[in-house]
Design a protein around this ligand. Sequence first.
Ligand code: FES
Length: 121
Amino acid sequence: MTEHEPRVPEVFATGIAADDVTDRAPRLVESPRGKLALVRDGDQIVAIDAWCPHLDGPLWEGSSAGGEIACPWHRWRFSLETGRCTWAPKGDAEEAAETSIDVYATALDAAGRVEVTLGPR
Ligand code: FES
């Protein structure tokens, strides 16, 4: 980082109510780090990369279950805890084993809206 580069805030307030993030309806948000998808994982909300690392599918249009998000395009699945790819079709398995997404922790503000911890750059 240069002396004149703006600092990115560590916590990003999305303004989105946690109740509006469901298993079948992740939400797309524009953070200071770029687009993120808010995804429900049971009682928790996590923020992940918006774009699938396979072929840039829209992960916010995927669905979550069992601690994973499934990409809507070719069904690769990613752990919502580690970000690692947990499943891909047989022909993609070798590439998928080396693939992961970034996962960011979240918290709720006093009104139940999601805040994303982006961490230091
Ligand atoms: S673009 Fe996501 S699995 Fe292919």
